[in-house]
Design a protein around this ligand. Sequence first.
Ligand SMILES: Nc1ncnc2c1ncn2[C@@H]1O[C@H](COP(=O)(O)OS(=O)(=O)O)[C@@H](OP(=O)(O)O)[C@H]1O
Length: 293
Amino acid sequence: MSELERIRIEGYNQELIHHRNILFPGFTNDLLKIKTMKLRPDDTFIIGYPKSGTTWTEEIVWLVENNLDYDKSLKTSHFERVLFLDKEPIIKIDQLPAPRVLKSHLPLEYLPDDIAKFCKVIYIMRNPKDVLVSYFSFVKWLKDLEFSGTLEDIVEHFSKNKILYGDWCDHVNKYFSNPDVLFICYEDLLEKQMETVKKIVEFLGKKKTDEEIEKLIEFTSFHKMKTNKSFGMIPKDWNEFIDKFDFKLFFRKGQIGNWVSHFTEKMSDFVDEIVKQKINPKIKVRYLPLKES
Ligand SMILES: Nc1ncnc2c1ncn2[C@@H]1O[C@H](COP(=O)(O)OS(=O)(=O)O)[C@@H](OP(=O)(O)O)[C@H]1O
């Protein structure tokens, strides 16, 4: 792979990493070493484009993998239980005890070849208009990025690959096309909860009763996660990029269709056109709650 470079993009406070026409946050560690990291058959990777519901999926998966240990979920930092592959040094990832549950936003081509054949990969997709609104709120607040532009600028960046982790359609299409990846949607996780969580449990090769799944859904509901203090337990070495961390900002609205309150018609049409041109037509993107669509 070609060399990484650090570049400035208008609106961002910090340098970003640029590699093969894709931008990554400045904190990204060991980006090109991830491809050759040592996988273990009991690894589970939770992957999503930023702001697609990755943290939510991670919590569900971690609980399923850890015998529904609600007590530990409340008492141990989420970010120590589920390591952020993109940020942590590979040496630290290598030393984690099994089974590892790892989070990433990386495009598929940055992960080891055949990763989904060798271990479990779950990908969560969310409609890009809600992603963009959530992304905008996040990059404005994150100390490392402090984006000073507008939502309209972010929508424009979306079309020009000036957004972190690359082109949304490419990201989604590649994971969707890999038959070994479990591909789920944020909108289904919110509105077809039982069915979607059952898919996750089955994919992980576990057995849970309906009652256990109902409790899991309740425990990982938006309002419960927002008050789970383990999301406020930030590892010490994260302070460099998260200042005055209010973990509730991580859980902003948790809705389908919040974009309607932020997008102009022009912005909405613009995103529709890009998605129409590039998305794999087999992928159904849902922009509104079921009753409104
Ligand atoms: N339990 C639950 N239910 C519903 N929605 C939830 C839940 N947990 C997180 N969220 C929402 O997911 C959005 C954040 O996505 P990510 O976790 O992928 O963000 S990150 O990129 O990893 O920072 C972000 O979306 P917005 O609220 O639209 O900003 C979170 O609020």
